[in-house]
Design a binder for this molecule. Structure first.
Ligand code: CA
Length: 194
């Protein structure tokens, strides 16, 4: 049963998530670059600072934090040969039919609506930026879960920008009028919680 006395503070989870990404060689800037590339064609005045803020924004969501912590833990355990067989072999070899890596990552983007889901599909197929680097790093560490998790963070952050962009359009503004710290769209997404 859930024990309230053992509750983990959200700041602890958020920090652990950020540290896990950094430990695995992924910076928030790497992810922001993907977001920028995805969204610059549609957003006049969009800057890297808006994208970085959006990445930080989505990393405040527990859905993403939990997915990242679980996935990275499994990558690291596989790297150390600590999973039991046959899971060890499946994760280590990034077996094509495994799919749990994609399922966990995809499940974490639903908060940001259908734009996040389709963007995740696009990134999964085209492997932009750091996602491609992780994918081609095969043989140098296990990144079976990490590539999909990075795609989910980037897809969520891009969707966040897209939703804000619509709001701006409706009020006759562009990202040029938005301070980097003001990309918050959560209240406008159906079903999303803050
Ligand atoms: Ca994968």
């Amino acid at each position: 049963m859930f024990d309230k006395s053992k509750i983990v503070h959200s700041n602890v989870v958020a920090e652990a998530t950020k540290q896990a990404l950094i430990r695995r060689g992924v910076t928030l800037e790497d992810i922001a670059e993907i977001v920028y590339e995805l969204q610059i064609p549609y957003n006049e005045g969009l800057e890297m600072s808006h994208c970085l803020e959006s990445v930080k924004g989505v990393l405040r969501k527990r859905e993403l934090q939990h997915a990242i912590l679980v996935g990275i833990e499994l990558d690291e355990l596989a790297e150390q040969g600590k999973l039991s067989q046959p899971l060890q072999q499946i994760v280590e070899s990034d077996e094509g039919l495994f799919g749990v890596d994609e399922t966990i990552a995809l499940g974490s983007v639903f908060t940001y609506g259908s734009i996040a889901v389709t963007t995740f599909g696009h990134l999964d197929k085209n492997k932009t930026g750091i996602i491609n680097e992780l994918d081609t790093k095969k043989g140098r560490g296990v990144h079976t879960f990490l590539d999909d998790l990075v795609a989910s963070v980037a897809a969520s952050a891009a969707a966040r920008i897209a939703h804000r962009s619509r709001d701006l359009e409706e009020s006759g503004e562009t990202f040029e009028d938005v301070l980097p710290g003001d990309t918050m769209p959560e209240t406008k997404i159906k079903g999303a919680k803050i």
